[in-house]
Structure formats: structure tokens, C-alpha cells
Write a protein that binds this ligand. Structure first.
Ligand code: SF4
Ligand code: SF4
Length: 687
């Protein structure tokens, strides 16, 4: 009786504190900006099954991570699910010594559950031990391509290990509780029952009986019951203020993750918006706030970030934690603002806190981002970074006209000549001289439009790729035409740099041209153009079938329309571009084409989903970089580790960055940088 009263008091206090904290967090979510994430429920459930319950990002093969780190989380995650029944059972035993959760009695699931519970307790204990040993021995992190991230917070590590110790104690207490009860039922160790269905608890029971005797074994079980339950209650109250809040928020965060194409940025309403971009903490949407709640502080994002790797002032984890800390410091204001909103005009309610752009998050931090998505790909609770960074860039560019000075020229060039180089737009089709390429004006019923893009039209090195690709199309008899001088830039660079106004005007002009010609199928040989036309133009009424060059050429080869000789026998390493690879899952076709051409294809450590950006994404192509901290040099070094004769690319920006890297290393005589289409062009000539 006294146990029941005492435990009820403890539980009432702990649960009360827990729900109060939860309610405050919920209020914070409700006070954030709206966003629609309640659509496509079956897809959302599937995402939860794969990424939360399947722990996909933890246990998949990741060339930069020890899988043991993933399995540790897998067992702790599932351990908690399985052991929640045990926790309920042990809570219920405060009131009845024979309490069982309905359905988990000895005649139903009780016995198999005992077996599973025992196994999970030991498995979790094992992985907790591994974590603690690694901590004590200062072992390096188990994942990531980089040395430990700069600015890693010791506080968060200490907190993580305190929680780990708690988890371990809960497991030990559970085993002693069950072992002691099993022991108490028997007169001597040999008669101890339950070995079959609770082998580990039985072993603990045996140990208790042998060392303490039956009576003390039973008392040890009672002590373990208190230890177990009190730690669970303390643990509960530690969740909301700690990084372990993700235990509660990670599954909802995965459920509400973005289902639109990965490469589609949000469309800004330029006509009706009262502000452009994100500058205050209350401008973030509730999903972005949920992201802040859900960070496990594991550091996978920063360990995969090329900006962090090259000592730029950006480490995505730190960016998120800075935002989260600022949010928590201003939570009262956020919640008050929401309650004022009900009574006043929305626009009259002042913003919360100071302008965070330039204070909490520095301009240089935002301009360091390559929008490469490596952080998001690595993040287990599927936290979204690129949208937040671009939203803050939108504020900088559109509200404050504050951006790296070299971008003034880039934006102006795009506005006046429809290309970032600022080359006379009349010269856009000069690459095609003598190639007998029809324009849509000549041939409006062509099956495909080949959209070349600015780099393939104006940059001398990339013009060679364009010409090679056209030769391949002509050889296979593909019915295509170009826009010629009518072709316009699609504005992708402006969008990634936060100049949404410029992007939208450029995109709309191009869409108008495409729609006037009733274009249906577009071939593209630039991942940036491909991503924008395929994934972002539908936001503005431009929906087309967009095919990337390697997909089309692969179809031509497999159907026999294009003959290639497998004589390109060079040792070749393929560099995945972010906007084909991570954003659009184009991994296989370029590799298959290289193999068909006879190349001996090798992989860098960071390849496919885990590939590292060349340094040009997110408009960084147009921003000056400290010569000693260049991303393209680091990527070139990674490629050179495979001792290649050829670095193959599928992107004009990657071509520029990696050939510059090879030049800087003075290896032009030994290592060629070629586009996959140039290799195919060579292979068709010898076929
Ligand atoms: S998108 Fe790329 S550069 Fe930007 S924070 Fe993420 S990993 Fe770093
Ligand atoms: S954002 Fe994701 S990957 Fe980065 S520390 Fe947090 S949970 Fe880990």
C-alpha cells in the first residue's frame, strides 16, 4: 500500500512536469508560420515505416560511417518499443504484484514477449557498453568523412552519455527485477524456472541466489523495481529540454517530411507577400521548428558537409542548434505573439526577437552553402536544411540587398543577357555553327527540344560537350531541335542564391517560349537545368517530360539505335553531380554508359548518394573562394586517390571545377576531365 502511494506521487509529479513541458513545445509549434504537410498520408506512413521503424539511414551501407553506429541506434530504438511493455508492467506492479499488460499474460503473448524482452535488454546493454567504452577511450566518431566537426559541443556529448548511462541502468534494473522474481519463486538455483522464456533474467536470478541467497535476491528485485521506475520517470522529464526530445519528435518529423521533389524550392508569392524570406525566428514554419526539436546532435550532417570540410563558417548542425537555442530563449514571446494574433490584425503583431540573419546566423555562413543536400541525405530524422538556408538568403538578397559583391554582376548579367557570364545573348547559338542543327522555329514538330543551358552555350570547354552530345543525337537519328537564339536562361542560379524575384521572371519568360512552341519533351545535359525544368517549372505552369542525356543515350544504346565500341579502356572515376545524383537519383545510367564504352570504372570513397559536391552548387560557382579552402581541390584530391586516367562528369559546372582542380595540381598531362557524352561520342566514332 505504502509503495503504491509513494509511487503514485512520484508518477503524478513526473508525468505532470512532462506534459507541461510537452504542452509548451506544442504551443511553440502552433505559434510558428503555417505550412501544409497533411497531404498524401499513405506516402507519409510509408516514409515512417522505412526511415523510422526500418531505421534505413542508420543501417544502410554508408562509405563514411561504421555500421556499428547505426546498429547501436537500431537496437536502442527497437529496445525502447519492446521495453515499453515492460515499463508499463513494472509501473502496474505498484498496484498489483501480478499485474500484466492485457494480452501479455502467460497464456497469450507473455512467454514470447519475455524472450524478446530479455534479448532486447541484453542487446541494448551491449550497445550502451560499446558507446561508453568508446567515450572513455576517446575513440573517433563512428561516422562521417571528416575529423570531428569544429565547434562540437561538449555539453551535448556529456548529456548524451548521462542519458546512455540511464538507459543502461534501466536495462540492468529490468534484468535484476525479473531475475530476482524468478529466483524468489524457487527454493534453490537448480529449480529456478523460466529459463526457456527468460534466459538472461534466469541467469541473473541464478547469480543473485548464488551470491545473496533467495531472500536477498527477492529484495534486490524490489530495489531494482524502484531504481527502474524512478530512472524512467526522471528520463521522461529530461526529454523535452534535451536533445533526446527527438525520441518523441523524430517520428512526426519523418511523417511530415517533404514529399515534393527533393530539388523543388518553395514558391514565393511575390504579389501578396508582406515580407520576402526568413529574417526572424517566428518566420520559420512549424515544420522547420519541428526540425529544430528533432535534431539528435549526431553531427552526421556536418561530417558530410563540403563547406565544413573546407573550413567555411558553415557547419549545418551548428546552424540548426543556434536557431534552436534562439527559439527556446524566445519561446515565451513566440507563444504570446500567437495569443495576440487572435485579437489583433496579423500584420500589427511585432516580430519576435531581433533579425537573426547577420546576428544569430552570419551572412558568410549562409553564402557558404552549396545547396548540395549532403546534410539532408545523411540526417536520420530527415531534417531539412536547404530550404531554411535559401529562405534566409532570400531575405538577404530581396529585403536587404546584401550579398557577396561579385553577385551584383552575376545578377545583372542574368537580367540583361540571360546568362550569368554576361556574354551577348546573340551569341547563344554560336556553338552550333556548321552542325546543321534545326531550331524549333524551323522544325516546330520535332519530337524533342534539346535545351542546352547557359554553360553548354557560352563556356568554351562546355561547348565541346554540347557539340559531342549533338553528334551522338545525330548519329542515332534522334528527331530534335534547339531554341537557338530564342533559348533563355532558366534562372536556377538566381533561385539558389535567394534572388527569387529574378528567378521567377526568368522562369516565366522561358516557360512562355516553351509553351508557345507547345514543347512536350525536353532533353537536357545539365543537372541544374534538368532539376529546375523538371521539378520547379511545374510551379509556374511549365510541365514537360524532361529527360536527362544519359537516360536517353542509354535507351538508344540498349535499343540498338546507337552503336558504340567498347574501346575506351581507360581507368575512369565517375563524379556524381549533386543535382543528378542526390536530388534526382540519377546514378546508374552514366555508369552503365561508361562501362558500355569500355571504361574501367572506379569509385571514389564518396560516391552516389554520398558523393561530395564539386564546389559550384547553390550559386557558389559565382562566389569567390579562399584559394586555400577550395571545395573543388578537395574533390579533385578525392578523385585522384583512385589513380584515374579520366575523371568523368555529367555536369558543366563539375567539368569547370574538376578540370580547374586538375590544372591546379598540374596534372593535365596525366588526368583528363571528360563529360560522359564526350566519351560516348568517341565510342560511337570507333563503332
Ligand atoms: S546543403 Fe551541402 S553545403 Fe549546404 S549545409 Fe548541407 S551539406 Fe553543407
Ligand atoms: S541535423 Fe540530423 S544529421 Fe545533423 S546533427 Fe541533427 S540529427 Fe544529426
Amino acid at each position: 500500500m505504502i509503495t503504491a502511494i509513494l509511487f503514485t506521487l512520484c508518477m503524478a509529479v513526473a508525468v505532470g512536469v512532462f506534459f507541461y513541458q510537452l504542452w509548451r513545445r506544442f504551443q511553440l509549434l502552433r505559434s510558428a508560420a503555417p505550412v501544409s504537410r497533411f497531404d498524401r498520408i499513405p506516402e507519409r506512413i510509408r516514409t515512417v515505416l522505412v526511415y523510422a521503424f526500418g531505421q534505413r539511414k542508420f543501417v544502410r551501407r554508408n562509405p563514411g560511417a561504421e555500421r556499428s553506429a547505426g546498429w547501436m541506434h537500431f537496437f536502442i530504438f527497437w529496445g525502447f518499443f519492446v521495453l515499453s511493455i515492460q515499463i508499463l508492467t513494472m509501473f502496474g506492479r505498484a498496484y498489483s504484484d501480478s499485474f500484466v499488460v492485457p494480452g501479455f499474460g502467460p497464456h497469450l503473448l507473455g512467454r514470447p514477449y519475455s524472450l524478446l524482452r530479455d534479448f532486447m535488454e541484453v542487446a541494448v546493454l551491449f550497445w550502451v557498453g560499446v558507446g561508453l567504452v568508446r567515450w572513455i577511450s576517446h575513440a573517433p566518431r563512428l561516422y562521417g568523412f571528416l575529423p570531428p566537426e569544429r565547434g562540437v559541443r561538449d555539453k551535448s556529448h556529456l548529456e548524451a552519455y548521462v542519458i546512455l548511462i540511464f538507459i543502461g541502468l534501466i536495462m540492468v534494473a529490468g534484468l535484476i527485477y525479473d531475475g530476482g522474481r524468478i529466483a524468489a519463486r524457487s527454493e534453490n538455483a537448480q529449480q529456478i524456472g523460466g529459463a526457456q522464456w527468460a534466459p538472461f533474467s534466469t541467469l541473473v536470478g541464478l547469480g543473485l541466489v548464488k551470491t545473496l541467497g533467495v531472500t536477498y535476491a527477492h529484495q534486490a528485485s524490489d530495489v531494482a523495481w524502484w531504481v527502474h521506475n524512478l530512472i524512467v520517470l526522471v528520463f521522461l522529464d529530461l526529454l523535452p529540454p534535451s536533445k533526446h526530445f527527438h525520441i518523441i519528435t523524430a517520428i512526426p518529423n519523418i511523417f511530415f517530411s517533404k514529399l515534393e521533389p527533393k530539388g523543388q524550392l518553395s514558391k514565393q508569392d511575390l504579389e501578396n507577400a508582406s515580407r520576402f524570406g526568413t529574417s526572424h525566428i517566428d518566420h520559420f514554419t512549424w515544420k522547420q521548428v519541428l526540425d529544430m526539436f528533432s535534431c539528435t546532435e549526431c553531427g552526421r550532417c556536418s561530417s558530410n558537409c563540403p563547406a565544413t570540410a573546407t573550413q567555411k563558417p558553415l557547419a549545418p548542425r551548428q546552424l540548426l542548434l543556434d536557431l534552436r537555442d534562439y527559439l527556446y530563449r524566445h519561446q515565451d514571446e513566440m507563444i504570446k505573439k500567437r495569443s495576440r494574433r487572435g485579437s489583433e490584425n496579423d500584420t500589427d503583431v511585432a516580430e519576435v526577437g531581433e533579425n537573426i540573419v547577420g546576428s544569430v546566423i552570419q551572412d558568410e555562413t549562409l553564402w557558404s552553402c552549396l545547396t548540395c543536400r549532403a546534410c539532408e541525405e545523411a540526417c536520420p530524422p530527415m531534417i531539412e536544411y536547404v530550404d531554411k538556408i535559401v529562405d534566409m538568403r532570400r531575405h538577404l538578397v530581396q529585403e536587404e540587398s546584401r550579398f557577396p559583391k561579385e553577385l551584383t554582376r552575376t545578377f545583372k548579367n542574368m537580367e540583361t543577357q540571360s546568362n550569368p557570364w554576361g556574354i551577348d545573348s546573340e551569341q547563344r547559338f554560336e556553338w552550333a555553327a556548321g552542325m546543321n542543327i534545326p531550331t524549333l522555329a524551323d522544325k516546330p514538330d520535332a519530337e524533342f527540344l534539346y535545351y542546352v543551358g547557359c554553360a553548354g552555350s557560352y563556356d568554351d570547354r562546355n561547348k565541346k560537350t554540347t557539340q559531342a552530345f549533338v553528334r551522338v543525337l545525330q548519329k542515332a537519328g534522334v528527331d530534335f531541335a534547339c531554341l537557338g537564339r530564342e533559348e533563355l536562361c532558366n534562372g536556377e542560379t538566381a533561385r539558389r542564391l535567394g534572388n527569387e524575384y529574378l528567378y521567377q521572371s526568368m522562369a516565366q519568360m522561358l516557360i512562355e517560349t516553351l509553351n508557345n512552341y507547345r514543347v512536350r519533351k525536353i532533353i537536357v545535359n545539365c543537372p541544374h537545368c534538368f532539376n529546375t525544368i523538371k521539378n520547379e517549372f511545374p510551379q509556374f505552369g511549365g510541365s514537360y517530360e524532361v529527360i536527362h542525356a544519359s537516360d536517353l543515350v542509354h535507351q538508344l544504346v540498349t535499343s540498338g539505335r546507337l552503336k558504340i565500341a567498347p574501346e575506351f579502356s581507360k581507368r575512369t572515376v565517375y563524379h556524381d553531380s549533386c543535382y543528378y545524383g542526390r536530388y534526382n537519383d540519377v546514378f546508374d545510367e552514366p555508369r552503365m554508359l561508361l562501362s558500355r564504352a569500355g571504361a574501367r570504372v572506379h569509385e571514389m570513397q564518396r560516391h552516389r548518394k554520398f558523393a561530395m559536391c564539386c564546389g559550384a552548387g547553390g550559386g557558389r560557382m559565382w562566389i569567390e573562394e579562399d584559394p586555400n579552402k577550395r571545395v573543388n581541390l578537395l574533390r579533385t584530391e578525392q578523385a585522384l586517390q583512385t589513380d584515374p586516367e579520366v575523371i568523368a562528369v555529367s555536369c558543366p559546372y563539375c567539368m569547370t571545377m574538376l578540370s580547374d582542380g586538375i590544372k591546379a595540381k598540374q596534372l593535365e598531362d596525366k588526368v583528363q576531365t571528360l563529360d560522359v557524352m564526350e566519351i560516348i561520342d568517341q565510342a560511337t566514332r570507333s563503332a
